[in-house]
Write a protein that binds this ligand. Structure first.
Ligand code: NDP
Ligand code: 8X3
Length: 248
């Protein structure tokens, strides 16, 4: 029987690649994001029978509920939730950061992710479904300017493991995927500069959205007795050495 995934943040990057990978493997997807034209293009490309566009800001619970509470019947049973929508804003040290940027990251990466997950739990339990959350290496290893983004992803990583404990015995599978550098629109959104994005990834051979989507698809298709708890991925040219000292 055809399974259905809800993929948040499917207008670009990891989310869009995930929808493409799942649909190619025979899944139906509900693809979400604020940019309706991007979702429309995805539907035009992949077909309205396999992709249902759901346009809403994940921070707006009422808009989210309006989009998800009356799905077409063939999309109504959601077997897989991919918590992917998220962003970083800014790279300034904490003492120079914007409170507005911090609030946006907390509202999107933490509050909205938790709220959507809570909403989906009864349905996921009923069908013994699965949850995959895109956390980040930034939640485990600190880099300067990571501050609230890193904190929000530490929350995502850890909340996902905590869900696994609470869902013990329900048959629901839960996985935290924690990538390093993936070349998407992430750094453009974070810095507002395409040049800064190009410079960051230049020569690194960063991961692609398709690389992460392949991991998601692999996990989604595992037999129901098998749970991948967490996966950390990096490009070969990125590592986690980060100790520094300052001298007086
Ligand atoms: P992109 O910027 O390419 O994609 C982000 C997606 O999130 C877009 O589809 C965007 O849709 C959606 N989104 C952001 N804010 C909102 C909002 N308020 N409401 C609805 N949708 C929203 O970046 P990535 O694909 O790289 O990011 C996907 C996830 O992966 C994020 O959670 C990110 O933190 C995480 N990640 C990324 C890494 C990287 O190096 N790229 C590494 C580790 C984790 P729209 O703007 O249309 O609303
Ligand atoms: C973002 C990962 O390595 O670009 O979540 O900071 S990294």
């Amino acid at each position: 029987m055809t399974k259905t995934a809800l993929v948040t943040g499917a207008t670009s990057g990891i989310g869009e690649a995930t929808v493409r990978a799942l649909v190619a493997a025979g899944w139906r997807c509900i693809a979400t994001g604020r940019r309706a034209e991007r979702l429309d293009a995805l539907v035009a490309d992949l077909g309205a029978d396999t992709v249902h566009p759901a346009v809403f800001d994940v921070r707006d619970d009422a808009a989210r509920d309006a989009a998800l509470d009356n799905l077409p019947p063939e999309f109504a049973q959601i077997d897989l939730l991919v918590n992917n929508a998220g962003l970083a804003q800014g790279l300034s040290p904490a003492q120079e950061s914007s409170m507005e940027d911090w609030q946006t990251m907390i509202d999107t990466n933490v509050t909205a992710m938790v709220s959507l997950t809570r909403k989906m739990l009864p349905g996921l339990i009923a069908c013994k479904g699965a949850i995959i959350t895109i956390g980040s290496v930034a939640g485990s290893y600190i880099y300067p300017g990571g501050n609230v983004y890193a904190g929000s992803k530490a929350f995502a990583n850890h909340f996902t493991l905590a869900l696994r404990a609470d869902l013990h015995g329900t048959g629901v599978r839960v996985t935290s995927i924690e990538p390093g550098m993936v070349e998407t629109e992430f750094t453009l959104v974070r810095t507002g500069s395409q040049q800064a994005s190009d410079d960051l990834y230049s020569g690194v051979h960063p991961m692609t959205g398709e690389d992460i989507a392949a991991a998601i698809l692999w996990i989604a298709q595992l037999p129901p007795h098998l749970n991948i708890n967490r996966i950390e991925l990096m490009p070969v040219n990125q590592d986690f050495a980060g100790f520094r000292v300052a001298r007086d």
